[in-house]
Design a binder for this molecule. Structure first.
Ligand code: FDP
Length: 330
């Protein structure tokens, strides 16, 4: 089989910004390093929780912190970034000046998404988003990061599952690479991924049903009514509790993923984070032919108000997200 490695793919891709080659290569290396930590599982004794909580008020796992440090260290050295921000850090990370001085980009990331799964040996992942640093800024502040998702120059995730995959977009479709453990190369295995326009599979945390708003209640009730209900077809349900794994499943076989704002999360604005979870996933989904909405508008059009802002997320197969929109308008 003629294999295209990530390095070859990047050499032949028409990159609007030449720096993307180096940035994506560094991200791939960092994801490989995190994959090693995840794969060793309990052997390293790093599966437990720490005393500390992150800025989201969530208890950090040891691997959250290890993954965060690896991602910072391995991406700052390329000299591409003026600043970085992560789920695990309250404020933007100040990159040492020797690396930051010519940096023209900003990197946002969730180093270990779905980390409640990590000690269960279930899928977790890393999500990343690259933005341009505003012109003339060498020490970016929070406001410099607050750009809409439509301004991203690269977005993607690594999935640490039964195999390790890197899935990314630079605005020319979505491409998936599988890590060959023998050669250490990411190999193009999923070129131009496309989300099926229609589907009959939904992912939502049903345990929160009693707190949902009426449109979500009605939509899920209609899905559950199946072929005897108004939608006239039977639905299947999945919930991995790891957004990377849910989005990956949707890229492969269609479906929708929902994390609504509900009575319990309304004050916080929702559960998922806009800048380093919803935005990169929304761009991937749109690039694969799907849709991503917060129930009112396209996620990529939201003007961010805060680095750790939360948002409602409905994404996946085009026809199903369009159908859902009619429930919000009713
Ligand atoms: P986690 O907190 O474990 O990192 O990012 C939030 C997230 O996981 C998503 O990956 C996942 O879809 C969701 O939370 C799981 O939420 P529930 O706890 O409601 O299942």
């Amino acid at each position: 089989m003629n294999k295209t490695t990530l390095a070859e793919f990047l050499t032949h891709a028409e990159l609007a910004e030449p720096a993307l080659r180096g940035m994506i290569t560094d991200i791939a290396q960092a994801c490989k390093a995190i994959a090693v930590q995840v794969n060793k599982g309990s052997l390293l004794g790093t599966m437990g929780s720490l005393e500390a909580q992150n800025v989201q008020g969530e208890t950090q796992k040891q691997l959250d912190v290890i993954s965060n440090d690896l991602f910072l260290q391995m991406n700052q050295q390329g000299g591409h970034y003026a600043g970085m921000a992560s789920e695990e850090m309250d404020e933007p990370y100040l990159i040492p000046e020797r690396y930051r001085q010519h940096g023209r980009y900003l990197l946002l990331f969730d180093p270990l998404d779905g980390s409640s799964n990590v000690n269960l040996n279930l899928s977790v992942g890393t999500i990343f988003s690259i933005l341009r640093c505003p012109h003339g800024i060498s020490e970016p502040l929070v406001m410099d990061f607050l750009q809409p998702g439509s301004a991203q120059v690269c977005a993607g995730y690594a999935l640490y599952g039964s195999s390790t995959m890197l899935v990314l977009t630079i605005g020319q479709g979505v491409h998936g690479f599988t890590l060959d453990q023998d050669s250490g190369d990411f190999v193009l295995t999923h070129a131009t991924m496309q989300i099926a326009a229609s589907s009959n599979e939904f992912a939502i945390n049903m345990a929160r049903q009693r707190w949902w708003d009426a449109p979500v209640q009605r939509y899920i009730a209609d899905c559950q009514a199946g072929s005897e209900g108004p939608l006239g077809k039977d639905y299947n349900m999945r919930w991995v509790a790891s957004m990377v794994a849910e989005v990956h499943r949707i890229l492969i076989r269609g479906g929708v993923f929902m994390y609504p704002v509900d009575a319990r999360t309304r004050e916080a604005g929702g559960r998922l984070r806009l800048m380093y979870e919803a935005n990169p996933m929304a761009w991937l989904v749109e690039q694969a032919g799907g849709l991503a909405s917060d129930g009112q508008q396209r996620i990529l059009d939201i003007t961010p108000q805060g680095l750790h802002q939360r948002v409602a997320v409905y994404l996946g197969s085009r026809e199903e997200i369009q159908r859902m929109a009619t429930y919000f308008k009713a």
